[in-house]
Design a protein around this ligand. Structure first.
Ligand code: NAP
Length: 646
């Protein structure tokens, strides 16, 4: 409930309103006044990205009018005026179109209403209050591997359902990727008012894209608020999980912080280990011969002072893109070795603080925060999806996969050109030759190109021949002497669940089944492995649409539905049917082949060693939401509980 005593004075309120997201403010105004007639043609937003990073589109008169009305309504509300009856579902539907600035297709309505959840109810919180379910919950036990974003979420939902669980975490604290990646400049590259659990908003995020310590703090606070610590065993690494068919139990072998081996058992196993968890060092000759310190971006060594050093950075992916601009000013010389340049999307607010007044609006003004998140969600949901989809029969240049993709490419290339009009040599290196969407696009506020333009920075694209004790030798035979080498070379993303050994029915090893080509049904289940559920599993990564938090919320909702299905049917195990799993994967592969990241000329961590796209969800986000509302019992073989003889 809003604290109406925490008021702003007149000047501060004006300042807050000056920074407000006006379409979200308009929605809030309708909630505060009950006046849906405010939805007039001139208040329909035309989103245009302005030079200062704000979205314009309203005339100055309309802006002033919305702010004046909002000021009056907010003042009355803070003085105690009750809220009028809330808008009808029909009006809310119109409001959705309004804030989106488009007529949202009907297929999105249920999905977006769920995301908006104006009633404040956490729709995905499991309801196991029925006596039979309560009794079933008391008999269940789940082992969760990983206390990162999705493992914590699983813990929250299991706790809400009253199901006993243990989370096994190899690190010394919760937070997963936000615990491990502590390189300089590490921050979320999704707006964090959306990159947060739908039921755990944080109106105090200091920046629109907050830094790693802020994200880590968010996940730690969620861990504490939901009293998850008592369920987490830290510094406990899962080595192996074997399904004991006779007892229908997963037997999990762990190594503990003092090096002992221990066994834990539960009927259900959920893996929540992420896709970007195991650092990948490049396969470059002589790597081990380098005499100075060298480390991976995800194992940053803050004890190595880079000040005044000659530093070599290998890789120009999302991690290097963030730490290169941070370290460039302090090193003597920086050689950045690029194999393929990243595509960049302009994001002028990338390093901006959230103004204090906006935090106040988010915290106090009815529904403002919800509509702001909704707007982010819509803009980022399937906004760019069509632009990364291939046109059937496209016979344009191979640097695009279709008309829309080519148009976007032209715009983004222009944005890069504008950053270095005087440096054709640099532009030739940083404008990608592959289609936009082929790899992860990075949020660009100019600091990357500015760093590459520095006098002490060289962007080298010759190709690496080998590493020697003294530095990096490129294919032209030149030695680039270095005191420190930093590997921004990514992760063993497509080696899902590796290095854990997971053994299912018949003693079959999951890695052997996959043979380097991991597949699952909806990213979560795979035949032969009953009661095993994966989070952020095969084909659940998203490239341009949405956030992984959203994906995890969908997956965990589905897994909770699966546990309910077990409980309601009195089943002991559930296992996805092979034909369902296989047919699903055929569809996924066909769709991925039509996406920019599936195009033959593109290499990235989205593809595994066989060339198949094993990481990405190729469909609109709404399709995953629909597919994961609840498991279809027809998709599974459900096995009845075996009565143990008295
Ligand atoms: P990455 O995107 O996989 O980038 C690895 C880089 O290393 C690429 O530039 C790659 O070049 C290069 N590379 C690999 N092997 C090489 C070799 N042998 N020689 C030369 N170059 C080599 O890894 P990442 O930057 O750690 O990012 C991984 C993912 O993590 C991102 O895509 C993103 O999803 C996530 N991430 C998110 C954030 C965030 O939210 N803020 C930050 C960091 C990472 P090629 O492109 O030619 O292969």
């Amino acid at each position: 409930m809003t604290d109406r005593s925490d008021t702003l004075d007149d000047k501060a309120l004006d300042e807050a309103l000056a920074e407000a997201h006006l379409p979200a403010l308009l929605m809030s105004l309708i909630h505060m006044t009950g006046d849906a007639s405010l939805l007039t043609k001139e208040r329909w937003p035309e989103y245009v990205l302005m030079a200062d990073g704000k979205l314009g589109g309203y005339s100055p008169e309309v802006q002033a009018d919305i702010r004046a009305r909002a000021k009056a309504a907010i003042t009355a509300y803070m003085e105690g005026a009750p809220l009028p009856p809330q808008p009808s579902p029909g009006t809310v539907r119109r409001m959705m179109d309004w804030i989106a600035g488009v007529d949202i297709p009907d297929q999105y309505a249920a999905f977006l209403t769920d995301e908006l959840h104006l009633d404040g109810v956490d729709n995905n919180a499991p309801d196991w209050s029925a006596p039979t379910l309560k009794a079933a919950a008391a008999r269940m036990k789940v082992i969760v591997v990983g206390a990162g974003m999705s493992g914590l979420l699983t813990g929250i939902r299991l706790k809400q359902a009253g199901i006993d669980f243990t989370i096994l975490e190899k690190n010394a604290d919760a937070g997963g990727t936000w615990f491990e990646n502590i390189y300089p400049g590490c921050r979320v590259d999704n707006p964090n008012h959306m990159y947060s659990y739908s039921f755990e908003p944080n109106h105090d995020f200091p920046q629109f894209y907050s830094t790693q310590p802020v994200l880590l703090d968010y996940f730690r606070r969620v861990t504490d608020r939901h009293q998850l610590r008592e369920h987490i065993r830290f510094e406990t690494t899962v080595e192996e999980a074997v399904f004991d068919e006779a007892r229908a139990i997963w037997r999990v072998e762990v190594s503990t912080r003092d090096g002992r081996r221990e066994y834990l058992e539960a009927p259900v196993l959920v893996t929540a280990v992420g896709q970007l968890n195991r650092p990948r060092y490049p396969d470059i000759e002589g790597l081990e011969t380098f005499e100075g310190p060298s480390f991976h971006s995800a194992r940053w060594r803050h004890d190595v002072d880079l000040t005044g050093k000659r530093v070599a950075v290998i890789g120009t992916g999302a991690s290097a893109f963030q730490f290169v601009p941070e370290i460039a000013p302090k090193v003597a010389h920086l050689d950045v070795f690029q194999r393929t340049p990243p595509w960049c999307i302009p994001g002028p607010t990338y390093h901006h603080d959230v103004p204090e007044g906006v935090k106040w609006l988010l915290k106090h003004i009815p529904f403002y925060g919800k509509w702001y998140r909704f707007w982010l969600f819509w803009m980022l949901t399937d906004g760019l999806y069509e632009s990364v989809k291939a046109d059937a029969g496209w016979n344009g240049p191979a640097e695009a996969v279709g008309e829309a993709n080519a148009e976007l490419r032209a715009m983004l290339a222009e944005a890069l050109r504008a950053q270095a009009p005087d440096r054709p040599d640099l532009l030739a290196k940083i404008i990608p030759a592959y289609p936009f969407g082929g790899k992860r696009a990075l949020v660009d506020n100019g600091v990357w190109v500015a760093a590459l333009r520095r006098g002490n920075v060289d962007l080298n694209t010759t190709g690496i021949e080998k590493i020697t004790s003294a530095g990096v030798v490129t294919r032209d035979g030149a030695l680039h002497a270095a005191d420190v080498i930093i590997y921004g070379t990514g992760f063993h993303a497509s080696r899902f669940l590796w290095p854990m050994r997971i053994v299912g029915k018949g003693g079959v090893d999951l890695q052997a089944v996959w043979n380097g080509d991991a597949r699952a049904y909806l990213g979560m289940t795979t035949p032969g492995f009953p009661n095993l559920f994966m989070l952020y599993g095969p084909n659940t990564n998203i490239v341009v649409n949405g956030s992984i938090v959203f994906f995890s919320e969908c997956s965990v909702r589905y897994i909770m539905g699966a546990l309910k299905l077990l409980a309601e049917t009195g089943s002991q195990t559930m296992e996805v049917k092979k034909d369902i799993h296989d047919a699903f994967n055929v569809k996924v592969d066909a769709a991925n082949a039509m996406m920019a990241w599936g195009s033959p000329g593109v290499t990235s961590w989205y593809k595994n060693a066989t060339g198949r796209v094993s990481q990405n969800w190729p469909f609109p986000l709404v399709d995953y939401w629909n597919a994961t509302v609840a498991p279809n019992p027809e998709d599974f073989v459900l096995k009845a509980r075996v009565k143990t003889p008295a």
